[in-house]
Design a protein around this ligand. Structure first.
Ligand code: FUC
Length: 817
């Protein structure tokens, strides 16, 4: 009854849809209001975000806008670096790591040593009268519609509320109704930690305005934000006093929340915050409510409904989400993984929209002024991880803000390359923020890692690999090329093997246990792999575009001089140029396995010894870790073709972070399914979402591999709408753990090479011969050879490979033989 009332109130035109679709499987729902932020539910349109507590007495709607950052445009390169660089390198090559790191600290880092924090706008609070004695409580986030709703009963009246963040209309809309005329009584206030100006107007408006502050030696009072809230009611009255709006005896109330800032771009904050907020609000309040909700849902579903995952349903779905999380490890709840996967896609659509900022460490959701790691962009893993699901889960549109940020970083990082290293091209170290700072921060141990540009540039090329859009490649090429140009200048010959190496750098945030305090070094495995990918992708892009032959000749020569991947004394893939790995090292970063995931340099079929060595390294690193580290490991185990071990990591990640009866938190998941580092970091959500996709489909290794790493627990199921490199959209059904059928749509009309563990049949399928002729696949890149190849070869399941010549737009139907 309660649910039906709820749907009647809010679903309006959608009611038949809601009930017939049984989409309760795509909901996070709870029987109690949120008591803490990590129980509240997120809505977002890329720019505007809110966390909703669903409290019937004192409702909190915590607000974010993605350009509200402290400070203002600034730079942080230290020109002293240039003079010290030869000495730093000399010290590293002499094994004087302490001295090298000390000198980097002195000459490379500036006084601005942390970057700027992303900040909350503040809170909208609704204080209700007559609801304290509530019952029949229910709240949900419907990820099929991107709407948070809440219902309860108090004093014989049924209340129901809903809120969403509209991309088409650029406002957030909250509505609350009672089923007894005139029963709605509340007053609304706004506030912000640290204070802000709050005022009301006779227009039924309450406004919060402020300036973000100074931070880390960068002057503030420059970035201005304005949040305007307008309340419309049917029945009753709205009045205002100095700082609150009072709603009396209304039947329902609709609250429009509009936020603007003066941010125009990373160099320019001359915009008009009030006008921006005011204009969106003006347009929204005259629009029909149902139409606006309809437009929001339609816009959202255009992306969300591209992918469907069915892993089966058990009785566990009858439990609220927090209970399912508690019981996941010991129960049988395959749908919870499907829900978590789709929640990852929800979060990406809600935190990263074309024209806006990329998702930061917390996406767009943050209730603090100085959040952990400033909620900025950590580019030695976290920012990249945010975008891992974007192509494979069919949300390519959502990575546009990342592409734009990389273009801006290429512009800002040019000065850093020149002033710090006397190099051409562009460079970025291990962090950035909305002002696109590109110099090193946090001290040499963490920050002296000039590889941010090398890694982020891969995403531009990968977008082409999935979609085959030559116009995009053309526009992205200068960024990728200039990242390569930097390394052509910056690589230096090391004395022992005469390899070309990156120095000074580190293997992200880790140091060999023989010198745990000194991370600064030369030629780490991850750096070598990153430069290898950057150069080979630049070469490939230049060839596709028919340009820069002189440059590609230089890059080809340099690639041959990069250090090879090496195996060490215990059969591991070495993390450093020297054999220094400690088998007991369980550091959260597993940087040397970048070559396994997200890259394709380590392959079971092309480089079996490296594949075994990577496995040995990963086994030693262990499973339980911080949230994002476990998310990465799901991808690693998928690439190691071990679905059961990947499932073990999914289970570790879907463990409650909040340890019962304790103040302790561990890497895992919060009640609202946000990932816990701890604290909340959204990268773990995205990393695990991508890892789940990698269990069903991989395309990095010269073929579209169907069900490469299906865990034994999911005997029967289907996935629809995943994307493979080469422009293929893939649906697969499986039974008894093996492919039953598949449908693959070719968007580009190229050769489709299929790999499978079982024989297949289908129109046009021919046993594969020779190399794949699909021009969009990343050519299997055989990395520089392995040294010490006594490592044993892995035991692999045999595979069947087929080729199909496709036409653009053609659909290929496949069955198991
Ligand atoms: C890197 C990681 C930390 C954390 C931070 C935001 O520095 O090593 O674990 O995720 O980014």
């Amino acid at each position: 009854m309660k649910r039906i009332f709820f749907f009647l109130l809010f679903s309006g035109a959608f009611i038949t849809n809601v009930i017939s679709q049984n989409d309760s499987y795509l909901k996070l729902w709870y029987k109690q209001p949120a008591k803490q932020w990590v129980e509240a539910l997120p809505v977002g349109n890329g720019r505007l975000g809110a966390m909703i507590y669903g409290d019937p007495v004192n409702e909190i709607i915590q607000l974010n806008e993605n350009t509200v950052w402290a400070g203002q445009p600034y730079r942080n390169e230290n020109p002293d670096a240039k003079e010290a660089l030869p000495e730093v390198r000399k010290l590293i090559f002499e094994g004087k790591y302490k001295e090298a790191q000390d000198l980097v600290n002195k000459t490379f880092i500036t006084k601005i040593s942390h970057g700027m924090p992303y900040q909350t706008v503040g809170n909208l609070k609704l204080h209700f009268n007559g609801t304290s004695d509530y019952s029949d409580y229910y709240r949900e986030l419907d990820i099929d519609k991107a709407v948070v709703s809440c219902s309860f009963k108090a004093g014989g009246v049924n209340y129901a509320s809903s809120i969403y963040s509209s991309f088409p209309d650029q406002v957030m809309v909250y509505r609350i109704k009672s089923d007894k005329p005139g029963a709605l009584n509340f007053y609304s206030t706004m506030d912000r930690p640290g204070g802000a100006k709050v005022s009301t107007s006779g227009n039924n408006e309450i406004t919060l305005t402020g300036l973000t502050g100074d931070f880390d030696k960068v002057k503030g009072n420059a970035l201005k934000f304005t949040a305007v809230v307008r309340v419309l009611t049917s029945g009753g009255s709205v009045s205002s006093n100095d700082s609150s709006l009072v709603v009396k005896n209304a039947n329902d109330a609709t609250i429009y929340i509009s936020i603007g800032t003066n941010f125009k771009n990373y160099k320019d904050i001359s915009g008009d915050a009030d006008k921006k907020a005011g204009d969106y609000l003006k347009a929204a309040i005259v629009k029909n409510y149902d139409q606006m909700l309809n437009d929001h849902i339609k816009d959202y579903q255009k992306y969300f409904r591209r992918v469907n995952l069915d892993l089966g349903i058990t009785d566990a779905v009858k439990n609220p989400t927090d209970v399912r999380l508690d019981k996941f490890a010991t129960g049988n709840d395959p749908q919870f993984v499907a829900l978590y996967f789709q929640f990852g896609r929800y979060l990406l659509i809600s935190s990263s929209r074309p024209g806006g900022q990329p998702a930061n460490l917390q996406g767009i959701w943050n209730d603090q002024l100085t959040p952990s790691w400033d909620s900025k962009y950590t580019v030695n893993i976290n920012t990249e991880m945010n975008y891992w699901p974007s192509e494979v889960t069919n949300l390519s549109d959502m990575n546009e803000p990342l592409m734009q940020m990389v273009r801006e970083l290429a512009e800002a990082g040019r000065q850093t390359a020149r002033d710090m290293y006397g190099a051409n091209g562009w460079v970025l170290h291990h962090n950035t923020d909305i002002w696109r700072m590109t110099g090193p921060i946090d001290g040499a141990f963490w920050g002296q890692w000039p590889m941010g540009g090398a890694w982020l540039s891969q995403h531009l090329f990968d977008k082409y690999d999935f979609n085959g859009d030559k116009e995009f490649l053309k526009s992205a090429y200068p960024v990728v090329k200039e990242a390569s140009v930097f390394f052509l200048d910056f690589l230096v010959e090391e004395p022992e093997h005469k390899w070309l190496v990156v120095a000074p750098s580190n293997s992200p945030e880790n140091a060999p246990s023989v010198r745990p305090e000194y991370a600064v070094t030369a030629g780490t495995t991850m750096d070598n792999q990153l430069v290898f990918d950057l150069f080979t992708k630049t070469i490939k892009a230049a060839k596709i575009l028919g340009t820069d032959t002189e440059l590609t000749t230089k890059l080809e020569a340099a690639v041959k001089r990069l250090p090879p991947m090496q195996t060490g004394s215990w059969g591991q893939l070495q993390e450093w140029m020297q054999d220094l790995d400690n088998p007991k090292d369980n550091h959260r970063h597993v940087s040397h396995l970048y070559g396994l995931y997200p890259s394709n340099q380590i392959s079971p079929y092309r480089t079996p010894e490296l594949f075994s060595a990577a496995r040995t390294s990963l086994e030693a690193r262990g499973d339980a870790s911080t949230g994002w580290s476990m998310g990465w490991k799901v991808n690693f185990w998928a690439r190691l073709l071990d679905g059961d071990h990947a499932y073990k990591l999914i289970t570790d990640q879907l463990t409650p972070s909040i340890v019962p009866n304790s103040r302790r938190q561990r890497g895992g998941t919060y009640p609202n399914l946000f990932d816990a580092h701890p604290p909340f970091q959204i990268d773990g959500n995205f990393g695990c979402t991508s890892g789940i996709a990698e269990l069903f489909l991989q395309s990095q290794d010269g073929a579209v591999h169907l069900l490469p790493a299906l865990p034994a627990v999911w005997k029967t199921g289907s996935v629809k709408g995943l994307k493979a490199r080469g422009g293929f959209t893939v649906d697969v059904n499986w039974n008894n753990g093996e492919i039953a059928s598949a449908v693959i749509k070719s968007e580009l009309g190229d050769n489709l090479r299929i790999r499978s563990y079982v024989p297949l049949k289908g129109k046009g399928l021919k046993p594969a011969k020779g190399a794949n002729t699909n021009e969009y696949y990343q050519v299997p890149q055989v990395a520089a050879p392995l040294i010490h190849s006594e490592v044993k070869k892995p035991e692999l399941k045999s595979v069947y490979e087929y080729d199909v010549k496709t036409k653009k737009g053609q659909t290929i139907e496949i069955q198991a033989l």
